[in-house]
Write a protein that binds this ligand. Structure first.
Ligand SMILES: [Zn+2]
Length: 87
């Protein structure tokens, strides 16, 4: 009994990263997509209809890449490549 229960919790723990949480698309394929303030096609995917930056959870990015994306979007706004707000 006790053994079975611990087996199950071990499995759940090991699956946590793979299944419950989807992997960051940038970590999954390093080098495929470059996070850059000039890469508007990419950055567009990380803002919503109003031009707000998406939360990491919805963007499917890890903390590190999410902050790189946010930084790139802010930089690109500053030089007017991207809008702060869409009307
Ligand atoms: Zn990542």
């Amino acid at each position: 009994m006790g053994r079975r229960r611990s087996d199950r919790s071990d499995r759940r723990r090991s699956n946590h990263r793979d299944q419950r949480r989807r992997e960051c698309r940038f970590c999954a394929r390093p080098g495929k997509e470059v996070i850059d303030y000039k890469n508007l096609n990419l950055l567009e995917q990380f803002v919503d209809e109003e031009g707000q930056i998406r939360k990491a959870r919805r963007a499917r990015a890890c903390r590190r890449h999410q902050s790189m994306i946010a930084q790139a979007i802010k930089r690109s706004r500053e030089i007017a490549l991207m809008p702060y707000v869409r009307v």
